[in-house]
Write a protein that binds this ligand. Sequence first.
Ligand code: 0O2
Length: 208
Amino acid sequence: MSNWTIFLTPYKQAIEELKIKLKGIRQQYQQTSKHTPIEFVTARVKPVSSILDKAKRKNIPLDRLEEEMQDLAGVRIVTQFVEDIEKVVSLIRSRQDFEIIEERDYIIEKKPSGYRSYHLVLCYPVQTINGEKKVLVEMQIRTLSMNFWATIEHSLNYKYSGEIPEDIKMRLQRAAEAAFRLDEEMSLIRDEVRDAQEIITTKQELGG
Ligand code: 0O2
């Protein structure tokens, strides 16, 4: 690849636009004092060193990255409750400004590591000075609890270069189960939490 900056520019633009759009959704919920299904949004363009590692690992030729590496651009939406994930997915499905080309549900079917998250691959049109360019964007939707687990597991994977020792792997599996139970417990008290949050939002609006 002769110029990574130029190659990755439309991906950068796609994630910046998606961040603004998702923050817009969050604000609209807050303005109506309704519980927002979006707690926060993060996004990144994959660093060149990670692109090269993944291309090597998955045998992807560098001239096929656009088509075959679906997460050059990544957007992560974090929710409070598992039920919010469905809400966000249906909001995304109803949009007219991009196309969904794939959905992977690692919540119903968690990964062997214990990883849980809902993945969507979008085909997102970016307007450039040379016309429209469609890029793939991977969107990950997960709860705070799933995000906590995935963040810790990701750091450990990095530390051990993907070869996490068996005893730590087992602890991670147990932690994944605990994270799952936490989501279940939180769902059970969801209405109470939502009422409290709506009261807080209304108070803030009244300057109380
Ligand atoms: P990053 O930027 O470091 O997060 P593969 O990449 O081989 O796992 P595939 O088919 O490309 O698989 O897509 P998949 O598994 O749907 O999504 C890949 C991304 O999901 C990963 O990106 C992670 O962000 C996340 N992910 C998937 N499995 C796990 C897991 O077991 N643990 C954690 N912590 N995250 C996971 P990358 O490539 O790791 O990049």
